[in-house]
Design a protein around this ligand. Sequence first.
Ligand code: NAP
Length: 337
Amino acid sequence: MRNKTILLASRPTGVPAQENFKFEEREVPELQEGQVLLKSLYVSVDPYMRGRMSDAKSYVAPYAVGEPISGGVVAEVVKSLNEQLPKGTVVLGNLPWQQYIVHSGKGLSHINPDIAPLSYYLGILGMPGLTAYFGLLHIGEPKPGETVVVSGAAGAVGTVVGQIAKLKGCRVVGVAGSDEKIAYLKDELGFDEAINYKTTQNMNQAMTKACPNGVDVYFDNVGGEISDAVYLALNKFARIAICGQIAYYNHTTLPSGMRVEPILLKKSALMKGFIVGDYAKDFPVAAKELADWVQEGKLQYQETITEGFDKIPEAFLGLFTGQNTGKQLVKVAEREV
Ligand code: NAP
């Protein structure tokens, strides 16, 4: 059985490239009692993986050079010596970028294919959806009539943030990087305004125009100049959820720019960073609510699905040039059962 895996070949400096990844073929070992053989179906590529390619200390350990890259994967049990996980079970786990994986079964969660397509468990019903839910509702605390701005608005997290904010009765303004994405946010997802940061000459002016009543909640996926423009438009008692800073992930020096403290002080504003895992104990409740909203048609969901195991690095690299709308995934194989 051919079994390809993708290793971290070297640590990138600045923007990562194909040469930082290495494909290798590995033997599939014989199953031992209690183990299962998993076949990868969908592999998630996520911006946080860029951080793990570096050796800088962070909230999650770096990938080791010469070892497989890992992340969220939906996989099917294709052989089983574990009665908890019979053949045909579909699971979600933190797994290596590998076609077949021998696994003990520990730490895998069962997926119910009847609730939603399998891929949704890596997106709206998985880590990105939960990130949007907790960052917006627990830090942003949006109230009807308030203005919510979200950067990285057309991505996996941003599309969910904006739609939940609409469900909560807010005016929603998104910032994204192409005219197609702007049209999608306004025409398909019902955002009130959207700004293309790549073609906007004066971001401060554009933000003020898009938010005539100021900004009450800012969900930040990006950082940099987009954020500076939002800070200048904040209202009293604004809440800022720092979810991601993708504008800096490929920087080799510490970012510098506007000092936000005087604004936070004058506006009695709250700024809070978070990692979705901070809310782990509340995941089941949130996942249920997200699933209900999807099933009721209240949340729309878009994916960019790249086909083929060999395309995983390319799909990952595309996150930094905005190739994706909604959640970027790679479909590796069809389900057998
Ligand atoms: P995503 O938004 O689906 O994909 C990344 C998007 O970022 C790209 O499509 C691109 O869209 C935009 N982008 C890339 N480089 C940029 C730059 N220099 N300036 C502005 N925009 C840029 O990714 P995601 O999974 O939903 O993640 C969004 C953010 O949330 C990331 O920062 C990620 O690290 C963070 N995150 C945090 C947590 C947490 O626990 N705190 C969990 C999940 C994700 P454009 O075309 O608009 O440029």
